[in-house]
Write a new protein. Structure first.
Length: 459
């Protein structure tokens, strides 16, 4: 799933996606169905209300085409429209329906998504399980519990990561006392109230803001919505602490849910790389391309960089980035913020004879689907080639792709092509990924959207 839905497209140099009039409360939804839940945890929980008829479809079911049961048997939760032989009954969007094989064998209880190419997402592969408030609440509690150890590192965390937490389509980020949600599938959308109640209970956070305004919902046939779901209107900026550094997050107007929590550990890595070299006496020059609110730039400055040049096409993001320098007590003289298109800015820096010791490339998603892989590959090649031309001997390039459609091997090949064309010698010293709060469920490899390479140029 990578969906970094609000990053703008390659070369588009767009301002961050903004949504207007987001303060309106999101309409109350129908409650989730309550049948019975086989899980012991759920049995201890009180029932949260009766199921509306629309979500109870005893007679509805999805019958797969012959041979199309394989992926569900391997516990992969997605049922593509092309795998469906027929839909029996008339389930509502998001209703829980059984999915059966061609021979009638039970495969999964799944959420029906009438408008999506992923026509259903499995909640459970256990026939005896019941998808009700208890089961969903237990999953929310488990997801929150799994991240309990990360709270010391950061007050900005992904608490729920969709499929990886058995809640397909649900994203929940926590910024201090504030929760921010994205309901990206019909299934989780139909169970909003139960999920919100469980999140508030599991975290003790009363304030929940919804940012269900990404492109993913459009593909699900769901309207783009945003607003307060529970508690108070969020403040203009929420301050978070990440590995000791302070950042402001605008959950209403920022990208995604406001901040890129997924790069937390890579920002720390960059800081320690700079620290090592600065400790050795180097006057280190950093370049942060697609800097957004300056996460990697602040990490470099905090690590002791002599100068950090940061580029983004969004003036608002850059203004926030500049505020982060003062917020962290760093020297503003060492930071240059350039509002520009990275594709052209890299060429201009080369023409000016610039060189950098640490370069970060963290672009938006260039490939939004498999159809765009070739065009995206050219864009990745271009920025990597031009960044390598600016990399000083012995320098580090940390290059990322958050396009789910481009896997690690392909990304590595693209970057290798850039190394050849740049005519430099370089090693890959590490493969990088999103942090521990974005775990990869082994049965759902598609969840691995963010991949990175750490290259070191020969001295
Ligand atoms: N590294 C950041 C996240 C980057 S998000 C962090 O750690 O927080 C991608 C950023 O690329 C966004 O801020 C977006 O405004 C910017 N962007 C998109 N296309 C661009 C382009 N062609 N040139 C410059 N910036 C661009």
């Amino acid at each position: 799933m990578k969906a970094r839905p609000t990053r703008s497209k390659a070369g588009a140099a767009r301002a961050p996606q903004r949504t207007k009039g987001q303060s309106a409360r999101v309409a109350q939804r129908t409650k989730a169905p309550l049948l019975h839940d086989a899980s012991p945890r759920a049995q201890r929980r009180p029932a949260r209300g009766a199921a509306p008829a629309a979500l109870l479809h005893g007679e509805a079911r999805i019958v797969l085409r012959p041979g199309k049961e394989k992926s569900l048997l391997r516990r992969h939760p997605w049922v593509y429209a092309s795998a469906v032989a027929r839909l029996e009954g008339t389930p509502a969007s998001g209703a829980t329906v059984p999915v059966v094989a061609d021979d009638g064998r039970f495969l999964a209880w799944a959420a029906y998504s009438p408008a999506s190419t992923i026509r259903a997402r499995a909640w459970t592969f256990e026939e005896s399980a019941r998808v009700d408030a208890g089961l969903l609440a237990a999953r929310v509690h488990a997801a929150v519990q799994r991240r309990a150890g990360l709270a010391a590192a950061s007050s900005a965390l992904r608490l729920v990561f969709g499929e990886a937490d058995a809640l397909p389509g649900l994203i929940v980020d926590r910024y201090g006392p504030q929760l921010v949600t994205q309901f990206q599938s019909a299934g989780v959308d139909a169970h909003r109230d139960v999920l919100i109640a469980a999140l508030r209970e599991a975290t003790g956070c009363g304030d929940v803001y919804d940012r269900s305004d990404g492109a993913t919902r459009t593909r699900e046939g769901l309207p783009a919505i945003a607003g307060v779901l529970a508690g108070a209107e969020p403040p203009e900026h929420i301050e978070v602490t990440e590995h000791g550094l302070r950042f402001l997050v605008d959950v209403r107007r920022g990208h995604k849910t406001g901040y890129y929590v997924d790069q937390r550990d890579n920002r720390r890595l960059v800081r320690s790389l700079v620290e090592e070299r600065a400790a050795a006496g180097a006057a280190l020059r950093g370049l942060n391309c697609f800097c957004y609110t300056g996460g990697f730039s602040i990490a470099m400055l905090a690590g002791g960089a002599a100068a950090v040049h940061s580029i983004d096409s969004s003036a608002d993001a850059l203004a926030m980035a500049a505020r982060h320098v003062a917020l962290n007590g760093l020297d503003a003289q060492r930071a240059v913020w350039e509002e520009a298109d990275v594709f052209t800015a890299l060429r201009a820096l080369k023409a000016a004879g610039a060189q950098f010791d640490v370069i970060v490339l963290d672009p938006p998603k260039f490939a939004s689907s498999h159809h765009h892989v070739e065009r995206a590959a050219r864009a990745y090649k271009d920025i990597n080639l031009n960044a390598l031309r600016l990399l000083a001997p012995g320098g580090s390039l940390l290059t990322f792709s958050c396009s789910g459609a481009i896997d690690t091997d392909l990304f590595q090949k693209i970057v290798a092509g850039a190394v050849i064309d740049a005519d430099v010698e370089a090693w890959m010293v590490a493969r990088l990924s999103a942090g521990e709060d974005h775990p990869l469920l082994m049965t759902v490899p598609e969840s691995e959207y963010l991949k990175g390479l750490h290259l070191v140029r020969a001295a």
